[in-house]
Ligand binder design. Structure first.
Ligand SMILES: Nc1ncnc2c1ncn2[C@@H]1O[C@H](COP(=O)(O)OP(=O)(O)OP(=O)(O)O)[C@@H](O)[C@H]1O
Length: 632
């Protein structure tokens, strides 16, 4: 495999520049008043992994921890999945939570006292601190720019729509939610001051044990929205049945994501959120040696973060069983259910040993949710709530979008002009990161080479690179050692890279949702960002949806683009977004027309109808063909 020149440079540099996974210094001063440090207790001498719900177990005669007088903690807790079904749905066997610290009399089997898990943390003292060093190093490289341009209040006025039966009310603060002391402490460590809108709505819904399909803008904190409830539930939940078949791991929660890098990132985030809770998180993804992942699994796992391909491998080897799964989260759920992935997901969810819908809690999250995919997704959900924060599939107003008409033959020189201008005016700080999206893996290699030859430090990430190369490239980019990353869609979704100032769509995607995810790599967590797209005749099928999207996001639409959009419409161009300014927080269940098979979708177009999704969208190549795909 080729090793990129830039990577070698970056590799050398990165020994001097440690990479911070996620910096949020803007949220300094965060201190949830109710947060209190979890107290580590002496470690009992146990050799094998013990799941969190059993770790505090002492003598069965231990008195229950009394409920707080003010009724906080347990009193505030809504009934969870177990309570909803009248007890332990998963365990069938004898109750194993007797004497567990935090087990409160009168609870519904779930107990309370989330913050009182005060003993028996056999692993906590050895746990590597996932917060170590991240702020100082990254901020040193980025010149403290994280403190500028923050506008988290930008999300305040965002329209929110929920549908479904008995939707639990939203909360305004983390302390209202009472996720437990240890999680609260981690929220403080993450410097999250208050929940984002999707968190305000989704967390209470999930804590109430409800299934959820949630759609919220890129960079708006969806990861924490599903991680916090999962961690809290596992900390306090009823014991899942664990048949100790040798070497088979029985996770309680499964988080699936479409790319290796995203799974790695979710794992890192989840480790932070669950630090010192005793909840053990393991990641499994393709392209990396399986033996190490097997060893990690053998040590025990509560939350398994995985890509579908590697998970199927582990299931086939009987090294993982899904029979104890109580929480299933699909991140980038619309991608997980598109043509490339759906069969694999169905196999994992419906044909292995995972409890059926209604027997587990299922949560689907994405920034885009085409109605056709919603329809498919409903197979996995039970009496679910649909939550839309912002316009479904819209970009945030925080991202300034520009579209320029550039012929293919002029793209490179135009790119160079942009990069030079960026360098000269320093508009985005001294270490602004630029992410350049191209359509093909070959195109990515060739552009990276050309940039490097012209003195621009670039690296690349795509499906033909080894996993090691991919991770090295991403590290070099994140750290600023190689501030230009040329990428295919493998980097389009979910990646949270704090200092991306500019996303350039060198080649526009065929599908507007891909555009939404790509530009969403900038303008995250309330920060502003810039997205530039090179448009020409070859992209005319995207003109209408692009113009509408820009309009919705209060961006100036060039007249020439409007003309393309109109021309496209009059030729009956397919467009999923002809709903225009209509609020996209729409549950497909409420749109009777969307029920007809092959009919128009919510957006008024027919792009998704009759299976057009995927086939017409460029997914058919890279994503649709698992053999060629990096999506494993
Ligand atoms: N309550 C909060 N306060 C401050 N920052 C937050 C909060 N919640 C999340 N963040 C930060 O916001 C950033 C974006 O979060 P996240 O990656 O979960 O977004 P997302 O909605 O999943 O985006 P995408 O759709 O691109 O996957 C992260 O850096 C995260 O640490």
């Amino acid at each position: 495999m080729r090793t990129s020149w830039a990577d070698s440079v970056a590799n050398a540099d990165s020994s001097a520049v440690a990479v911070g996974a996620s910096t949020s210094t803007t949220y300094a001063n965060a201190a949830d008043a109710s947060a209190a440090s979890a107290v580590a207790a002496p470690r009992p001498g146990r050799a094998s992994y013990v799941p969190p719900h059993l770790r505090n177990r002492t003598a069965s005669s231990e008195p229950p921890v009394p409920s707080p007088a003010d009724g906080s903690s347990a009193a505030k807790l809504p009934p969870g999945p177990a309570a909803l079904s009248g007890g332990n749905r998963w365990g069938g066997g004898p109750s194993r939570d007797m004497g567990r610290a935090g087990s409160v009399g009168g609870g519904q089997g779930t107990g309370g006292g989330w913050g009182s898990r005060s003993g028996g943390w056999d692993r906590r003292e050895r746990e590597v601190n996932p917060f170590a060093n991240e702020d100082e190093t990254t901020e040193a490289v980025f010149d403290g720019r994280d403190t500028t341009g923050i506008n988290f209040d930008a999300y305040e006025d965002i329209p929110v729509e929920t549908s479904g039966e008995n939707v639990p009310p939203p909360v305004s603060t983390f302390s209202e939610i009472d996720l437990g002391d240890a999680v609260n402490e981690n929220i403080r460590r993450c410097k999250y001051v208050k929940p984002t809108p999707v968190q305000r709505h989704a967390i209470p819904i999930l804590l109430a044990g409800r299934d959820l399909m949630a759609c919220a803008q890129t960079g708006s904190g969806k990861t924490a929205a599903f991680c916090f409830p999962i961690i809290s539930w596992i900390m306090r939940g009823p014991p899942a049945e664990r048949q100790r078949v040798s070497r088979t791991a029985y996770p309680s929660a499964l988080i699936l994501s479409p790319t290796r890098e995203l799974s790695i990132q979710i794992h890192e985030e989840t480790r932070k959120f669950s630090y010192q809770t005793g909840v053990r998180v393991v990641v499994a993804y393709g392209g990396a040696p399986i033996n190490q992942q097997l060893r990690e699994l053998e040590r025990g796992v509560d939350i398994l973060v995985a890509t579908p391909g590697r998970l199927v491998d582990l299931l086939e080897r009987a090294r993982v069983s899904l029979q104890s799964i109580r929480y299933l989260a699909l991140d980038e759920a619309d991608r997980m259910l598109d043509m490339g992935f759906e069969p694999q997901i169905r196999r994992i969810v419906e044909q292995m040993d995972m409890p059926g819908r209604g027997q587990r809690q299922t949560m689907l999250f994405s920034a885009t949710f085409p109605s056709e995919i919603q329809r498919l997704a409903s197979d996995f959900l039970s009496n679910y709530i649909f939550l839309a924060v912002g316009r479904v599939g819209s970009s945030t107003d925080l991202i300034a979008q520009r579209v320029e008409f550039v012929l293919d033959s002029d793209k490179r020189s135009h790119l160079m002009d942009l990069l030079h201008a960026q360098e000269v005016n320093g508009a985005h700080g001294k270490q602004a990161l630029t992410l350049v999206f191209v359509e093909t893996k070959k195109g990515a290699d060739s552009l990276e080479h050309w940039l490097c030859m012209n003195g621009f430090p670039a690296t690349t990430i795509h499906g033909d690179r080894t996993q090691q190369e991919r991770e090295r490239a991403l590290r070099a980019f994140k750290s600023g050692a190689t501030p230009i990353l040329v990428a295919t869609d493998v980097a389009a979704r979910g990646l949270d890279i704090p200092h991306v100032a500019h996303v350039i769509n060198f080649d526009l995607p065929n599908d507007i949702d891909d555009y939404v995810h790509r530009i969403g790599r900038t303008g995250r967590a309330g920060k502003s960002g810039l997205a530039t797209a090179f448009f020409n005749e070859n992209n005319s099928s995207l003109a209408r949806s692009l113009a509408e999207l820009m309009q919705e996001a209060n961006q100036e639409v060039p007249q020439w683009l409007s003309r393309y959009a109109v021309a496209r419409s009059s030729y009956g161009g397919r467009n999923r977004r002809t709903g225009g300014a209509r609020f996209g927080g729409r549950d497909f269940r409420r749109d009777s027309s969307s029920r007809s098979v092959g009919g128009g979708d919510y957006y008024g177009g027919s792009g998704y109808g009759g299976g057009a999704y995927g086939a017409s969208s460029g997914y058919s190549g890279g994503y649709g063909n698992p053999g060629l795909s990096a999506w494993d």
